[in-house]
Design a protein around this ligand. Structure first.
Ligand SMILES: O=P(O)(O)OC[C@H]1O[C@@H](O)[C@H](O)[C@@H](O)[C@@H]1O
Length: 307
């Protein structure tokens, strides 16, 4: 149970009238719905956002064979990366699996923290007792996470609060691993990352073009000290605006045709054409958190084609 001074009252069932925003929570999932039709679905497993609908359309890509039963991390939506990004040789995290344990732990629904007909927010919490035992032993730090998801008519906001509840400092990575749904990734431009230093995790074919890049092959890049604002657009229009707060890095990932056959739960295999991960986080360096301290970072994603 995550302790907090102003813990909201949990709601366990449909709480709204038909003319207002509602939150529906069951033992596996929390659903937020605005009266204007927008919605978000969050699995308690991993606190993974598995659907975001805005303007009548799904905005997130999710694999047709994604496991939604808590048997493995969800392939798609917005999985959460904590306390390590990828695999890392730092002794404090080296035993952990790729991307840590937040995405494979069952979170607690803490409740609804704001609500109007056009805006609704829920909080979810994770503490060590909810982390699978074998993983908890590999990162034995007393911590509390509070993950807030806020839905409004054209945007979602995701915020992570990390609290050190121990007597010694610890370090961590955190990342919102967002799978954006796009009509044709070969036409996508990511605007805002030009000229930045990055770590290339594959020797990829990537065409740098002035203030943006287009994709023409597998890409897996960690852009360090990225700007707060990144835009995903294609030949037709700006699709998404991603605005981050207190997050230094942006990861861009698409496995392309050669990469998807190696990912067992990636379906259809040509689904890479319709997805792009643009992931805001703090992963190039560790954040260090003193005993008793709190860190917070987040992002707002606006679906500009719904405006
Ligand atoms: O297959 P996973 O563990 O969900 O990771 C997917 C990808 O996640 C990205 O964030 C990483 O940069 C990639 O290297 C990785 O392949």
């Amino acid at each position: 149970m995550v302790e907090r001074s102003h813990k909201p009252a949990a709601i366990n069932a449909a709480s709204g009238q038909e003319d207002t925003a509602i939150v529906i929570a069951d033992s596996d999932k929390v659903t937020l719905k605005l009266q204007t039709g927008e919605s978000v679905e969050i699995l308690l497993y991993g606190a993974t956002i598995v659907s975001w609908k805005s303007g009548g359309e799904e905005k997130l890509w999710i694999s047709e064979s994604a496991k939604l039963d808590g048997s493995k991390a969800v392939r798609g939506g917005v999985p959460l990366v904590f306390p390590v990004f990828g695999k890392h040789d730092d002794p404090s995290v080296t035993e952990l699996p790729q991307h840590g344990f937040a995405r494979v732990s069952k979170w607690e629904f803490l409740g609804k923290t704001s609500n109007s007909p056009t805006n609704i927010q829920v909080d979810l919490g994770l503490s060590p007792s909810q982390v699978p035992q074998e993983l908890r032993e590999k990162w034995n730090n007393p911590f509390g996470l509070i993950y807030s998801v806020n839905l409004s008519q054209t945007s979602i906001e995701t915020k992570m609060l990390v609290r050190n509840e121990g007597t010694e400092s610890f370090k961590f990575h955190v990342l919102f691993h967002t799978y954006f749904k796009v009509p044709d990734v070969t036409k996508v431009k990511v605007v805002g990352l030009n000229g930045l230093g990055f770590k290339d995790k594959v020797a990829s074919a990537l065409n740098e073009v002035n203030s943006h890049f287009t994709l023409s092959g597998e890409v897996d890049r960690v852009y360090h000290k990225a700007p707060r604002s990144v835009i995903i657009e294609d030949d037709k229009q700006v699709r998404f605006h991603v605005e981050s707060a207190n997050l230094e890095d942006v990861v861009v990932w698409n496995p392309w045709a050669n990469g998807t056959p190696k990912i067992v739960d990636f379906d259809p295999k040509d689904g890479w054409k319709n997805m792009l991960c643009v992931e805001t986080g703090s992963v190039a360096n560790f954040q260090s958190l003193e005993a008793g301290s709190v860190w917070e970072g987040g992002q707002v994603i606006t679906a500009t084609d719904s405006l």
